[in-house]
Design a binder for this molecule. Sequence first.
Ligand SMILES: NC(=O)c1ccc[n+]([C@@H]2O[C@H](COP(=O)([O-])OP(=O)(O)OC[C@H]3O[C@@H](n4cnc5c(N)ncnc54)[C@H](OP(=O)(O)O)[C@@H]3O)[C@@H](O)[C@H]2O)c1
Length: 311
Amino acid sequence: MAKIMDGHKLSEEIKTGVRRDVEALGAMGVEVGLGLLMVGENPSSRQYLLATIKACKKVGIIPHQFNLPEDASINEILNVVHTINRDERINGLLVLFPLPRRINPRRVVNEILPEKDVDGLGSLSVGRLAAEESTFQIFTYNSSEDHWVRGMPAISGYLPCTPYGVIRLLEYYGVELKGKHAVVVGKSLAVGKPLSLMLLAKEATVTVCHRATDDLAYFTRQADILCTATGVKGLIREDMVKDGVVVVDIGINVIEDGRIVGDVDFEGVKNKASLITPVPGGVGPVTIAMLLENTVKSAQRNHLLKSPLIT
Ligand SMILES: NC(=O)c1ccc[n+]([C@@H]2O[C@H](COP(=O)([O-])OP(=O)(O)OC[C@H]3O[C@@H](n4cnc5c(N)ncnc54)[C@H](OP(=O)(O)O)[C@@H]3O)[C@@H](O)[C@H]2O)c1
């Protein structure tokens, strides 16, 4: 029977660290702010917005809300992004998806300054991850503050919160990644693709599966670590995994009775897995914690780099 990877527990620990860093900046007269841009009214975006605002307030980060109507033009949206880019009180920007269909989301995220792209989705952030210019973040979070500060000027980009949260969760539960076969199901820019790059940086052997993958089970059965982010309920069944596998379920699916489930048939797969994330309560809470951590790191970096006393 699998041990549960508790996302709430890790999330609380990360948030305690964030609160401490926010207070330290506050003592120097620096406030930490997160911009939240929502266009139109989508119920799941609204839910995520409220959860993020609540989490910000808990750690002392000031949320700055920008709400635009459904029919806002691309120019209006970009003007808000530019305003946030220039606002010293705001250290990061989260754009809530989906945007209205006629708006190209890449046009919007690419306009966010990389140093404020705390969701790590802009092309520069993605490129820096692929070029291993920002992956030092997945190696340094346990080291001293000094180490982080020394690395900081080298980055002007942050790792996307969900895959970064997956790596943190795996390491929190002592999962060795080096030399293991990690199978990632899903190749989206927000989750599957950056997660596979981070696992590769950690020297796992990585297989990425997607909709066109022929015989998905052939690959998932080989996984030492199986991460799935598809949004397909029940995609991963007990007969598709090997004994002792570590399973990270990133999927979020709302079922008929209103409950939330992942991509994995939890009841079946937990009999074979050694470790497994629940849905809800697994990756979700860690994602928000990573957003807060990226935001406070952005504030620290901004404060340090602009100090004339830097040596
Ligand atoms: N827990 C969290 O914090 C968090 C954060 C973000 C997202 N999520 C959840 O994670 C899931 C994925 O999100 P996303 O943004 O990556 O979604 P997405 O952009 O729709 O991507 C889904 C991916 O799954 C693949 N896929 C779909 N059906 C498949 C199948 N039958 N077999 C194999 N691969 C399949 C797609 O393949 P193709 O590329 O070939 O189409 C695509 O790469 C969603 O449920 C979302 O709600 C959770």
